[in-house]
Design a protein around this ligand. Sequence first.
Ligand code: FES
Length: 304
Amino acid sequence: MVARRLADESVQPAAFAFSNDNAKWAEWKIGLYPAGRQQSAVIPLLMRAQDQDGWISRATIETVADMLGMAYIRVLEVATFYTQFQLAPVGSKAHIQVCGTTPCMLRGSEALIDICKSKIHPEPHHLNAEGTMSWEEVECLGACVNAPMVAIFHDTYEDLSAERFDEIVDAFAAGKGDTIKPGPQVDRQYSAALGGATTLTEKPSAKRSKFVPPATGGNEPAIPAAPSAAVSTKKQAVTEESAPALKGTPKRAKVSETKAESERAASAASAKANGKPNKAMREKTVGAESKAGKVNGGKAVGKF
Ligand code: FES
């Protein structure tokens, strides 16, 4: 797993904008959340932006943050956390994410990575010569039972052998990725047993036969006697010793509301916080927060 950082400034576009259709969709999506909770739309909006441009640029992060009233760093945190978000231009025909976590590794993911290295590029996060294919190794994608597996854009391809994966890479490189059915590449439905179900094989029916308990031959175990009335009705006294929560917060740990509020206000005043993203704080920053140059609109080579 490599550190996930924004792409080099040389490929960052100067600006990002949703297309008209996507802007309407984003407005509808934001409206689904209660007032004050719009930031919950951050993942859907980032994903829509990625579906539109192929990857998430610094400008995309800032635009989404402005739309949701979030600090840029909060959206950057989301985009850099999830490997589903691509932080640099990727292949226009396929970006292959190979799971390299233990179950997939034990079932052959290293052979899949070797195929990526030989057919796409020796290094992850690099485009092939045509700019149509790229790959990377990622951590568990949640389909371990069907290991080894890869994800390509929104689909997963599971139960892979090196031979089958080789065919899949060739199909995507030829622009025929839609001919490959996502999911298990063997005789398996989802994550059910290979070759079909082994339990619950009878067809469900609304009819039920009456349950008759099996005969025991008179060897039933003795039923334990019910507790005596004296024991079952006796109430246990609840004291601070038997229930420490009754004591509540110790006095020495309590802070008056007035004191807490004045400390909060003093801290907000010293940080010049006003509840909005503080652009002034970012003016002299570098890297993820710095201003970008205009290079190639940030598009993957050969993508548009
Ligand atoms: S280990 Fe590969 S999907 Fe979980």
